[in-house]
Design a protein around this ligand. Structure first.
Ligand code: UD2
Ligand code: MN
Length: 358
């Protein structure tokens, strides 16, 4: 009798300890792991085999086979407001051995310079994607692999521009964006520009690559930050502005050489230009960043905090109205337009002291 009672006592103590552990685990930070644990016990969805309530990731190329036959230009209706090709979460992996030739083969409707129009309806949006670039060919390949079908699913009229910084002088992401803006607008009357890091892969095609009434920060939930916005004014990674937005804030700064600060400067410019930041929802603005180390030639900019403190005094005198550069080459590749540009150095486009130049 005595042993039975003590057995019960131990069982109750054991259950009590379990409860305390579960309660501790369910506190913030552990919530994801706990919900993952509970999901194991949920009923699987009979069609996909995934537990009900989880994200069903599809192959980014899957829906493109649903594109209808081409239609004569005169008979073309406007594309529907909501594209029927949208599928939600996209399965993102980085297979080895991927080649540009294979990406071309999978994107038969993309034409010279990385341009595309839906074959059977008139697109409602014209979007240019501007990608600052140097020595990241490996990342660029993955981005093109995912971005082309992603944009086609959204039935956009689009073009992809790679703005390649010539030489070895310190990288300048924001100035390259200014170059991209001017050169893309010179070619076509784009109504929206997406400024896009080369290493960020969108994970949900409901994240529409069209512009909003206010400048949009699209990369709000990245794996690198635990799929959360790191801070309220964050504007890095991927953002979208109309030409009007861009000119209202005098474009981006030209004087941030090296890593960091320029994204916050751009965020400040949005509000100095009298606008606010718009954002997609957290479960849609999701991105995977391809893991990488700091690049040689893009060292952390030690002046960034001092510069940020002065943005409100400098923004009107530095930006789109002062950008100077020289195009080295422009070539129309099958999957993108490449613009190689000399943006000079801190000492100017043709610094008298050639020591710092490339
Ligand atoms: C963060 C921001 C980025 C930018 C940067 C600071 C995220 C996801 N992104 O990126 O938007 O504000 O901090 O400058 O938080 N690049 C090259 N070659 C180089 C160096 C840079 O192509 O040698 C381009 C490329 O498109 C890259 C981007 O510049 O994605 C940003 O540079 P990063 O990826 O090294 O910086 P990261 O990931 O800290
Ligand atoms: Mn990066």
């Amino acid at each position: 009798m005595y042993t039975l009672q003590s057995k019960w006592r131990y069982l109750i103590m054991f259950l009590g300890v379990q409860l305390v552990v579960m309660a501790l685990l369910s506190r913030e930070g552990y919530q994801k792991r706990v919900s993952y644990f509970f999901r194991i016990f949920r009923k699987p969805d009979s069609t996909t085999g995934h537990a009900v309530g989880t994200r069903n990731h599809t192959d980014v190329y899957a829906n493109l086979s649903l594109l209808g036959p081409p239609v004569n230009k005169e008979d073309m209706p406007y594309c529907p407001k909501q594209s029927p090709l949208i599928g939600g979460p996209i399965h993102v992996t980085f297979p080895s051995g991927l080649t540009l030739a294979e990406i071309e083969r999978k994107n038969t409707l993309v034409v010279r310079g990385g341009r595309y129009r839906p074959p059977n309806c008139e697109a409602r949006h014209r979007t240019a994607v501007i990608i600052p670039h140097r020595n990241r060919e490996h990342h660029l390949k993955f981005l093109l692999y995912y971005l082309h079908p992603f944009l086609q699913r959204q039935q956009l009229n689009y073009g992809i521009y790679i703005i390649h910084q010539a030489g070895n002088y310190t990288f300048n992401r924001a100035k390259l964006m200014n170059v991209g803006f001017r050169e893309a607008m010179r070619e076509e009357d784009w109504d929206c520009l997406f400024f896009h890091d080369v290493d960020l892969i969108p994970e949900d095609d409901r994240n529409t690559y069209a512009c909003d009434a206010h400048p949009k920060h699209a990369a709000i939930a990245m794996d690198k930050f635990g799929y959360k916005l790191p801070y309220k004014m964050y504007f890095g990674g991927v953002s979208a502005l109309t030409p009007e937005h861009y000119l209202k804030m005098n474009g981006f700064p030209n004087n941030y050489w090296g890593w960091g600060g320029e994204d916050d400067d751009i965020g400040i410019r949005v509000s100095l230009g009298g606008m606010v930041i718009s954002r997609p929802s957290l479960n849609v603005g999701r991105y995977k960043m391809i893991k990488h180390k700091h690049d040689k030639g893009n060292e952390v900019n030690p002046k960034r905090f001092n510069m940020l403190a002065k943005t409100r005094h400098t923004w009107k005198n530095d930006g789109m109205n002062t950008v100077d550069y020289e195009i080295v080459s422009r070539d129309y590749q099958p999957l993108f337009t490449n613009i190689t540009v000399n943006i000079g150095t801190e000492a100017g486009l043709h610094p008298p002291n050639k020591k710092t130049d490339s």
